[in-house]
Ligand binder design. Sequence first.
Ligand SMILES: Cc1cc2nc3c(=O)[nH]c(=O)nc-3n(C[C@H](O)[C@H](O)[C@H](O)COP(=O)(O)O)c2cc1C
Length: 186
Amino acid sequence: MAKRRSVDPIYSMCVQPAFIIGTNNEDGTANFAPITWVSVTHEEGDGYLLVISMSGTKMTKKNVLRTGIFSANLVSTDMLPLMDYFGSKHAKDGAKNDMSYKVSRGEIVDVPVLDESRFVYECEVERTVETGDSTTFFCRIRNIQMDEKLVCEDIFDVDLTVLDPVIYSDKYHSIGKMLGNIGDFI
Ligand SMILES: Cc1cc2nc3c(=O)[nH]c(=O)nc-3n(C[C@H](O)[C@H](O)[C@H](O)COP(=O)(O)O)c2cc1C
């Protein structure tokens, strides 16, 4: 049995997948920023909705509110310097071009996409919910671009060890081994 202690409910522990969000600025240029408050939910039919939350008045949020579209580029551990850079600079202070990175366009949704990312969602906002200064977007995933090295037997067979994602919980982490499937431990 774990020996636990009660603490103030202000500690931050939320295991978050790291994504860099690509949006279109008003002048047509691209902007990228890390957002890790990301999850999914289900709707009628087969589709998933990507759920993503943005606080404050950052450009990424303004762009999503204005255009209703964005790319979510999964961050692998080799992309950490780029994510750290995008997260430390605000678009309002100038273009984020101190580091070099290659950008393409989405294949279905007209959004900027990072060439380095191994897994990209192209998204369109369907619903928004406001809580305090945060906006949560429920988004239709219109297209997924995945690394050709990823071989999936079915839609639930996405090998995270190939994607090597950064996991964020106020510090950056990586994942370990693949442990098995649902039912393997009964
Ligand atoms: C690792 C990391 C995760 C972040 N996650 C979020 C998030 O989930 N939601 C959010 O609103 N901001 C988040 N941010 C903050 C934005 O990325 C940051 O404010 C960025 O500079 C915004 O850029 P922009 O002004 O170009 O949109 C995160 C930053 C980092 C470094």
